[in-house]
Design a protein around this ligand. Sequence first.
Ligand code: SAH
Ligand code: SF4
Length: 394
Amino acid sequence: MTASAPITQDVMTFPRKLPDGPTNLVGLTRDQLREALLGAGTPEKQIKMRAGQIWQWLYQKGVRDFDAMTNLSKDYRALLAENFVIALPEVVTRDVSEDGTRKYLVRIAGGHEVEVVYIPETDRGTLCISSQVGCTLTCSFCHTGTQKLVRNLTAGEIIGQVMLARDDLGEWPEPGRQPNEEGRLLSNVVLMGMGEPLYNFENVRDAMKIAMDPEGISLSRRRITLSTSGVVPEIARTAEEIGCLLAVSFHATTDEVRDKLVPINKKWNIAELLDVLRTYPKVSNSERITFEYVMLKGVNDSDEDAHRLMKLIKGIPAKINLIPFNEWPGAPYQRSDWKRIKAFADIVHRAGYASPIRKPRGEDIMAACGQLKSATERARKSRKQIEADAGLGE
Ligand code: SAH
Ligand code: SF4
């Protein structure tokens, strides 16, 4: 797909139940879980209790074996084992960077692969999860955007990424301990891996509801950030139906440049995007919108850009996250010089906005933002093709 082609949502959805196979309990909403248990023969008057017990085993204790669910009778456990599975994506490789960043390549049904990245910091541990295999969008600076293969992840595959990271971190509570203690290793989730989460809205929502459920993983909604390239019609739904924080991949201050960097801008331009952000429910000084801004040398990093950006976002409670471009082989851009990034940040800061510069993490294992691309799809387009897609050859 070239940058001038229409944006389409060319994705397949994967059935929750494989033909003739048992249903995976991971990723079902509470209602769907009850329905599934009823369908397998659980008596109606027990359904609430049984669903609650199983939910806790799955999401509070991290149990994967029906036999370990000791408050259920032996017969009932056998019935569960006949009808259901508890399945997570399979970890194919696990790389650990010199800086402690962990990257997991995980395989999902159909043999597709997605990447998940864990970033430890002193005050938090952030898991960057994927919502799609590849991405239908073609942002010209993003490695994922060059991947052709795309399918939506199921809710189970999305929450499964959080669960497998907790497995690896050894973070399921010991029996008798409460899950919601301070000092968690995995304390934050960002939907900033592969894919456009708002093109897979329902599955992302269902998975994040499971992550926030107080009788399970119980992450606060304010510790989950969804990043979108700007799917305008779905933005308000994010606040209403998920309630998490929002980040927007802004990256440019004129439509001309944004059309090239983030081609979805041709469908919903800067003015339309800002309009919907101005009315984003729940935005306040404590729940600001994050504007992500990738620093590309000579493309979007001038002082004029910084001033224009300040004018555009005036009135929106915001913080500006400056992302030094993470280069990948064949990329048609270069990272802005450090001095330029600092000068840009200073202008933003003087205008009264927080302007953190995102520290590149896990670069030695290609785990940085926008570098994610599955190993099977690593074969990349030619440089010429990438430049043509970026509109640089025109
Ligand atoms: N599709 C969503 C979320 C995934 S990308 C979105 O676009 O917002 C997460 C962030 O990484 C986005 O802000 C994206 O623009 C940025 N990004 C992509 N490629 C990058 C690269 N090579 N260097 C730095 N940031 C990049
Ligand atoms: Fe897709 Fe986001 Fe990459 Fe754009 S930046 S191609 S929307 S993953």
